[in-house]
Ligand binder design. Structure first.
Ligand SMILES: Cc1cc2nc3c(=O)[nH]c(=O)nc-3n(C[C@H](O)[C@H](O)[C@H](O)COP(=O)(O)OP(=O)(O)OC[C@H]3O[C@@H](n4cnc5c(N)ncnc54)[C@H](O)[C@@H]3O)c2cc1C
Length: 390
């Protein structure tokens, strides 16, 4: 146990903030941990609105490493959070389809992923069709299928598990909205709340999700993380979900089973992807104009789909490179970033929580080096190229 009287204040108490708090205790941090959350119902949090899927198929080795750790936590959920913990992890793989032009690069990427511990089968179009007979593979050049550590789970249940355990370990959740900071020299000394309260801190973690850029802005820190709306459609179709993976199509659409139907989505074109602010209205036009034709092309049975409902949530998009921003600010050294995951933050929440906790408790990363995700690249406008982004 690292005996300390220090206080960590975490802004944002959804899945990333809660995993930071939880792992601080696991790493032996004995000081005070306060998690400031403005909405204890989490109804607008990305966590509650996400598609809650996990993949190991990434272009950057650190992203693969993060997913492998998270998948292990998901598989061992009862060991981490008790016998009644259940996040319904369905380890059913991602099938990523590539066009003929991208077949070579996707194959090389898969070989790299395998070299970093991922379990991926490389399929030619006929092989993909044999394994998934409902597929139309006429314009497909390659399929890569994760045979382990990929699938989906219940993000809400995960949040409840980690939050409950963090509380049991003495983490305090403070209901309130952070609105600013007090600084002293090169440190953040307190977090101000809307109700007038101030919370003194030795460390402050920005886990505010899509509001991460706004929160950093209170310190005049440029963090290009903005809310961008993503719509999810829950559909039914005359096709069984049995044996169906999470499918990422070369067109950009995705679909996976959910209950007795499927959920699916596609990003809007850039010209219609403005900062979302408080807009949570589903973009219904996407289904008619884009998604349905693509679904029906790839999976002919989807011609007869029926929409059950739709919802929209916010991706916390890092406009520089669609990767998370993790680690201390270079000059304001006790201000720690844990945001900007741009659509893969739930799957990377355990690994992020552990990394930030190591940084605060031990002064360095011990298990997985996340220094490539540091703020330095943002300041230098030096993007990390992650080739597998959706
Ligand atoms: C439609 C959709 C599909 C997605 N699919 C996936 C997927 O399949 N796999 C995956 O890994 N990820 C997915 N994501 C992304 C994922 O949901 C996010 O990366 C992840 O939830 C980020 O977690 P977070 O805790 O940082 O953010 P959030 O869950 O948004 O939590 C941030 C919290 O901070 C609080 N907050 C913000 N500002 C303040 C303030 N000033 N004071 C106090 N509290 C504040 C908010 O109330 C909120 O609860 C998806 C997202 C969407 C929208």
């Amino acid at each position: 146990m690292n005996q300390t009287s220090e206080t960590v204040v975490i802004i944002g108490g959804a899945v990333i903030g809660s995993f930071v708090a939880f792992f601080l205790r696991k790493e032996g941090f004995s000081g005070s941990i306060k998690v400031v959350e403005r909405d204890s119902t989490y109804q607008f949090s990305s966590t509650a609105l996400s598609a809650a899927s996990i993949r190991t198929q990434f272009g950057c080795p650190f992203n693969i490493g993060m997913s492998l750790f998270s998948a292990q936590v998901f598989k061992d959920i009862k060991q981490w959070f008790g016998e009644d913990a259940d996040i319904g992890f369905e380890e059913r793989g991602y099938l990523i389809l590539g066009s003929p032009e991208h077949a070579d690069s996707q194959r090389n990427n898969a070989l790299m992923q395998i070299g970093h511990g991922a379990q991926v089968d490389i399929l030619d179009p006929a092989g993909a069709r044999q394994r998934f007979p409902w597929l139309n593979v006429e314009d497909v050049g390659i399929g890569t299928f994760g045979t382990a550590n990929e699938g989906w789970f219940d993000a809400w249940a995960l949040l409840q598990c980690v939050r409950r355990e963090a509380r049991r370990l003495g983490v305090e959740y403070v209901q309130g909205e952070a609105t600013g900071f007090t600084t002293a020299g090169d440190k953040v000394s307190a977090v101000k709340l809307a109700a007038g309260q101030t919370l003194a801190c030795d460390w402050c973690v920005n886990a505010a999700g899509a509001a991460g850029g706004k929160v950093a802005g209170w310190l005049d820190i440029q963090l290009p993380v903005e809310p961008r709306k993503r719509t999810v459609f829950h559909i039914k179709a005359p096709l069984a979900g049995t044996g169906f993976p999470m499918l990422f199509d070369n067109s950009g659409m995705w679909i996976r089973p959910e209950g007795d139907g499927f959920i699916c989505g596609i990003a809007p074109e850039p010209a219609r992807d403005a900062e979302a602010s408080d807009d949570f209205e589903p973009d219904h036009y996407l289904l008619e104009e884009t998604l349905w034709p693509l679904l029906a092309h790839r999976i002919p049975a989807m011609e007869q789909l029926r929409v059950q409902r739709a919802w929209a949530g916010h991706y916390e998009v890092n406009l520089l490179d669609h990767n998370g921003v993790v680690g201390a600010h270079p000059t304001l050294g006790n201000f720690i970033f844990a945001t900007g995951f741009s659509g893969h933050g739930v799957m990377h929440s355990p690994a992020t929580g552990r990394a930030v906790a190591e940084l605060i408790t031990h002064g360095r990363y011990r298990s997985l080096d996340l220094s490539p995700l540091g703020y330095e690249r943002i300041a230098a406008r030096r993007p990390i190229v992650e080739s597998v982004v959706y």
